[in-house]
Ligand binder design. Structure first.
Ligand code: MN
Length: 388
């Protein structure tokens, strides 16, 4: 039997990190549809993140992206966030938007460009010191488009050298999260294409380095929950970038494309004892809301993660183990599916009410007047940084 009080406690303690860039305008390579009321400054992005937290109660952390969230005084930005009830989470680096990086950043054949890229990573670590952030998040667009364009193995050596230099700069509780992505913008060979590559580099670096799984960065049909189980067993899973994909890296709302996959992922998290914030996994969103209203879309995403988590917590683990060990294939699958097919919305409504929140965060947000206020107050919102 499932202990409902324990399930509620786990849901109340859950922490989801939202990305500053998801509040700003974004689009595809074809068009950015600007929305009224989007943030003009990092402070306004943080205010929107604090609003998501105010209505959900489980999103007290906001990730920043440098240089999109560049400010003069990061310590002041950190205290501004704390005043609004949120803290600054991962510092995301950007070594993919400068002309110098056409042939790569930390893997570029030019040592001067590698230096510039590595210096950016070190700058991000300095910022972490000022904001009180724990996580340095690294994603490299590095790769090549044509066979023979550059030496695959040399590029791994260059990558390892840059990672080592950044890693050795970390202090205190700081960690490095290494994200992978199968392809795009490089179309032939990406330098960190998969979890195995990320894992191997993290293993070489040391215990502060862990893998970040962006759910949209895999080939179709990849069994992501297997990757989760494997990395948890090795204590090398540090974070998620949650989003949904139908085709490539679509960055849609998590749980929109495949809520069953999200449930399977969250089951491995629960199974691995890794849901508790003390375990240290950062459950981040990495999404773009190109045509839908941004704040309610992020609230919806948070709710989707909560629903998948609630279902994962409801799996009758004793019954499942019993069925698995007796080789009862159908019963094991039935126990698993029973949890997935449970309507957890009433349970989550109770959890929210117990926390003094409105049971329906989206309706509450819409009734709050915040959307009308930002639409009236903010003229000329910023673009997240891509898709121009
Ligand atoms: Mn990502």
């Amino acid at each position: 039997m499932t202990d409902l009080a324990a399930v509620k406690r786990a849901l109340t303690a859950q922490r989801i990190e939202t990305p500053s860039w998801a509040y700003a305008n974004s689009g595809t390579r074809f068009k950015v549809f600007a929305q009224p009321g989007v943030p003009r400054t990092p402070e306004e992005k943080i205010a929107d993140a604090a609003t998501v937290h105010r209505f959900t109660g489980v999103a007290p952390v906001v990730a920043l992206h440098i240089p999109w969230d560049k400010v003069d005084d990061y310590a002041a930005l950190g205290s501004y966030a704390r005043d609004l009830g949120v803290e600054i989470g991962a510092i995301n680096t950007n070594v993919f938007q400068d002309d110098d990086y056409k042939l790569g950043s930390v893997t570029n054949p030019d040592a001067g460009i590698r230096r510039k890229a590595t210096d950016h990573l070190l700058e991000a670590i300095d910022i972490m010191g000022q904001t009180g952030s724990r996580d340095l998040k690294l994603w490299f667009s590095d790769g090549i488009n044509y066979p023979g364009q550059d030496d695959l193995r040399d590029r791994q050596d260059r990558l390892a050298a840059a990672l080592r230099e950044a890693y050795d700069r970390l202090t205190g509780n700081q960690r490095m999260l290494l994200e992978y992505k199968l392809f795009e913008p490089a179309f032939y060979a990406t330098d960190v294409p998969d979890w195995g590559t990320s894992y191997a580099h993290c293993l070489e670096l040391g215990e502060r380095a862990t893998v970040c799984i962006d759910t949209g960065h895999h080939a179709p049909s990849t069994n992501i929950e297997f990757i989760v189980a494997f990395l948890l067993r090795q204590q090398k899973l540090g974070a998620f970038d949650f989003n949904s994909r139908f085709y490539a890296d679509d960055d849609l709302m998590v749980g929109a494309a495949d809520p069953f996959q999200l449930f399977r992922i969250m089951y491995e998290i629960v199974r691995g004892g890794a849901l508790d914030p003390a375990y240290g996994i950062a459950f981040m969103l990495d999404q773009c809301h190109n045509i839908e209203r941004k704040i309610p879309a992020i609230i919806r995403s948070v709710m989707n993660v909560q629903e998948a988590t609630a279902k994962a917590l409801l799996v009758d683990r004793d019954a499942l183990t019993k069925a698995q060990q007796s080789g009862d294939v159908l019963e094991a699958n039935a126990v698993f599916m029973d949890a997935y097919n449970t309507d957890v919305r009433p349970l989550l409504a109770e959890v929210r009410a117990d926390a003094g929140l409105d049971p329906n965060p989206i309706t509450a947000y819409r009734a709050s007047g915040y959307d009308e206020k930002i639409t009236a107050d903010r003229v000329g919102g910023t673009q997240a940084g891509w898709g121009a």
